[in-house]
Design a protein around this ligand. Structure first.
Ligand SMILES: NC(=O)C1=CN([C@@H]2O[C@H](COP(=O)(O)OP(=O)(O)OC[C@H]3O[C@@H](n4cnc5c(N)ncnc54)[C@H](O)[C@@H]3O)[C@@H](O)[C@H]2O)C=CC1
Length: 278
């Protein structure tokens, strides 16, 4: 209980999951800090003197980031570095969350940790800059790249369930592949890793892969919804931000370290639908 953990972005999807799972196990601090405000970040981290800081705070609107590049970079790159510097000053371990969108999705096999990144969107670029700036600080940091998150708050699963109640037919993109990841499972990995000194970049998604269309079909299969789902191509559903066609990642370093506690995505989804969605 005397391990102090600070969570940045504590009211977001992942931040809420961490608070839920860590409550009662750790001395938890969830400040409503703006991570782009370096003096405040530095002062608060010095004052609390945590053992671990987890940064889930991010500019996550992939579409809007195309128009708000500066803000996206302020939060995802500069903000991440601010927290990393403040952690280094007090000797705190730093867990930073990144994304599969740093890849361009053209590789024909799952991405490993040391594959070359090549982001297609402003969001992806800003997150990659965040990774590089965190690494440049040279502190005790873990960078966890995850994908297609769902848990507390708004997410694809809840959107699909809502639409299924409102419509008879849905169109879902079938030519973008990735791995849905339950925040609960990601928190298991965070907790395992933060107890080690194995600093570095990790892929941390549930196991397996699917398209958004297959993801939607599985959600309806598991909940017994009878809505008709139609596969569409990305070209039929134009967006401002370009997304990777196949950003499936392998949790290779977690496996090598014997720390891959991730379940197959279908199993995690079933757990979520049975126990967390009301
Ligand atoms: N949601 C997803 O599908 C994926 C998310 N990620 C990454 O996982 C992490 C967590 O994502 P979610 O919890 O889903 O995001 P979220 O959007 O639910 O939460 C992000 C939180 O950060 C806060 N925030 C924004 N700007 C801030 C600032 N300047 N200072 C402090 N807080 C600020 C927001 O208010 C929000 O509460 C992020 O780093 C994101 O880039 C990675 C892959 C997929």
């Amino acid at each position: 209980m005397n391990v102090k953990v600070m969570v940045m972005g504590a009211s977001g999807q992942l931040g809420r999951e961490i608070r839920q799972q860590f409550q009662g196990c750790y001395d938890l601090d969830a400040p409503g800090l703006d991570i782009t405000d370096y003096p405040s970040v530095k002062d608060r981290i010095s004052e609390i003197n945590p053992s671990v800081v987890i940064n889930t705070a991010a500019y996550t609107n992939v579409e809007k980031a195309e128009e708000e590049e500066l803000t996206a970079f302020q939060v995802n790159a500069i903000g991440a570095q601010n927290v990393a510097i403040a952690c280094k000053r007090v000797g705190a371990k730093f867990v930073h969350i990144s994304t599969d969108y740093i890849f361009d999705g053209t590789k024909s096999a799952p991405y490993e940790e040391f594959d070359s990144p090549h982001p297609l969107s402003v969001y992806g670029k800003s997150k990659l800059w965040g990774e590089k700036l965190v690494e440049a600080v040279g502190g005790e940091s873990f960078i966890l790249r995850t994908s297609w998150l769902y848990g507390e708050g708004h997410n694809f699963v809840k959107t699909m369930l809502k639409l299924a109640d409102e419509r008879d037919k849905l169109s879902v993109v079938a030519d973008q592949y990735g791995t849905p990841t339950y925040t609960k499972d990601l928190v298991w990995v965070i907790e395992k890793l933060m107890q080690t000194d194995f600093y570095g970049v990790y892929h941390a998604s549930n196991n397996g892969s699917c398209s958004w269309y297959e993801f939607a079909r599985k959600i309806f299969e598991l909940t017994g919804k009878t809505v008709k789902v139609e596969p569409v191509s990305s070209a039929e559903y134009p967006t401002k931000a370009e997304r990777p066609r196949c950003s499936v990642m392998e949790n290779k370093l977690l496996k090598l370290r014997g720390l891959d506690v991730m379940r197959p995505w279908e199993e995690a989804l079933q757990d979520y639908l049975e126990n967390a969605v009301h």
